[in-house]
Write a protein that binds this ligand. Structure first.
Ligand code: ADP
Ligand code: ASP
Ligand code: MG
Length: 411
């Protein structure tokens, strides 16, 4: 007998019929002789609506109260799922994060899990009950409700699986696995049977939202096997159930480019004609760091005469206004001539563990984009990824061209 955590995302619990159908998947797993804990997201669209309510009261809302509001979406589905399981004759109860003791730090809206004491949940499961935990939420040591950041139910599921020492964490979603790139944009994307934790972490952190980054980090740290599969298509127990996220092996390592991720969540800020002398870069990034603005890409290029340079950086779109305000306030100290912000940018990233040992991946990427007439705004490389920033209107064209060029198209 195995203990399996089954997580259902927003679309999978998007209406009552879908909740009933997810409950039937749970029942099937139990019929197969397994014990199950379920984690649910809010019904599709509900989290956005709740965030909208907070913003409508004030754009500068209190993040603690924001979490109190936004965490309710998952409370509703946890209860509904328990009811749907009762309808199937199963013993089940809902667990809010505070009841399941999923403890986080105090960083409201993107809290980190610091501890989970799942003893009570485990006792109930051992007594034959299905535990249905509300995803996305947590509680601080001083009993305030928190949320784990968008897509955070994936992380709740892995945390519960780790705390319960489950055999596997199954992530049920609206695609039947992890693809070489977003299958909604590139029709020729193909499903990977397996992907290493390392590559999945890179894909997720570069925008493949099929799994939240922190869920992959946690799965990797505790070696928890994660399986991504469809709520709508897969039969439990089928030979090709979805994608298994697991340890890398030699076979997987040979991939040059495993997948391509993209994100439209960034904004590009450029400081034009910054004086080119020591201390200027510190004058730009110091105040931003002090305000807790996360910077992603950075590029600085001199004008050639040694007198001035242009500095470009990217930040999350939701932080762009704040970053601009800080840089405007620092204008006299930094001494730039002009400051421009562009929200219409997309970061495209090639990911592959094989890049470590192969030269020429970047050169080919630049060639492919040049052939399509796509201008590269910023370039960034790391050990197993290469990212470029381009104008958003070319996103689909670039993804499709790169997907073909690296031999990833489905046969
Ligand atoms: P859920 O609500 O179930 O958590 P999400 O919308 O968060 O689902 O994540 C699933 C979506 O992730 C898919 O519908 C797909 O558009 C997107 N996605 C992006 N990159 C990939 C990828 N490489 N493989 C699969 N899906 C991807
Ligand atoms: N409901 C939350 C969101 O929409 C968490 C999740 O679905 O994972 O981001
Ligand atoms: Mg998700």
């Amino acid at each position: 007998m195995s203990l399996i955590v089954m997580k259902f995302g927003g679309t999978s619990v998007g209406d009552i019929e879908r909740i009933k159908s997810a409950a039937s998947k749970v029942a099937a797993e139990i019929t197969r002789g397994n014990k199950v804990a379920v984690v649910v997201s809010a019904m599709a669209g509900v989290t956005d609506q709740l965030i909208g309510y907070c913003r409508a009261i004030s754009p500068r809302y209190d993040r603690g109260e924001h979490d109190a509001v936004v965490a309710t979406g998952e409370q509703v589905t946890a209860g509904l799922m328990a009811l749907a399981l009762h309808q199937r004759g199963l013993n089940a109860r809902s667990w809010q994060a505070w009841q399941a003791r999923l403890i986080t730090d105090k960083t409201h809206a993107k809290a980190r899990i610091v501890d989970m004491q799942a003893d009570a949940v485990r006792r109930h499961i051992e007594n034959g009950e299905v535990a249905v935990m509300a995803g996305f939420q947590g509680v601080t040591a001083d009993e305030r409700i928190t949320t784990l950041g968008r897509g955070g139910s994936d992380t709740s599921a892995v945390a519960l699986a780790v705390a319960l020492k489950a055999d596997r964490c199954d992530i049920y979603t609206d695609v039947d696995g992890v693809y070489t790139t977003d299958p909604r944009i590139v029709a020729k994307a193909h499903k990977m049977g397996r992907v290493s934790y390392e590559e999945m972490l890179e894909l997720a952190s570069l925008g493949a939202k099929v799994l939240q980054v922190r869920s992959v980090e946690m799965a990797m740290r505790y070696r928890m096997p994660v399986q991504v599969l469809s709520t709508f298509a897969n039969d439990i127990g089928s030979d090709l159930p979805g994608t298994l996220v697991t340890e890398g092996d030699e076979n997987m390592e040979s991939n040059l480019v495993t997948g391509i991720a993209y994100t439209k969540d960034q904004a590009r800020i450029t400081l034009l004609h910054v004086p080119d002398h020591p201390g200027v870069v510190a004058a730009i990034f110091g105040p931003l760091a002090k305000a807790g603005v996360d910077i992603d890409m950075i590029v600085q290029s001199g004008s050639g005469d040694g007198k001035s340079a242009d500095t470009t950086l990217t930040v999350g779109k939701d932080e762009a206004d704040r970053a601009m305000k800080i840089l405007e306030e620092e204008r006299a100290k930094i001494g730039y001539e002009d400051l421009v912000c562009n929200m219409n940018v997309t970061k495209i990233s090639l990911v592959g563990a094989g890049m470590r040992s192969h030269a020429g991946v970047a050169a080919k990427m630049f060639e492919v984009l040049a052939e399509k007439g796509i201008n590269i705004l910023v370039i960034e490389t790391s050990e197993i990824n290469i990212s470029v920033l381009i104008s958003s209107e070319y996103t689909e064209l670039a993804l499709r061209a790169l997907h073909s060029a690296y031999g990833l198209d489905a046969a």
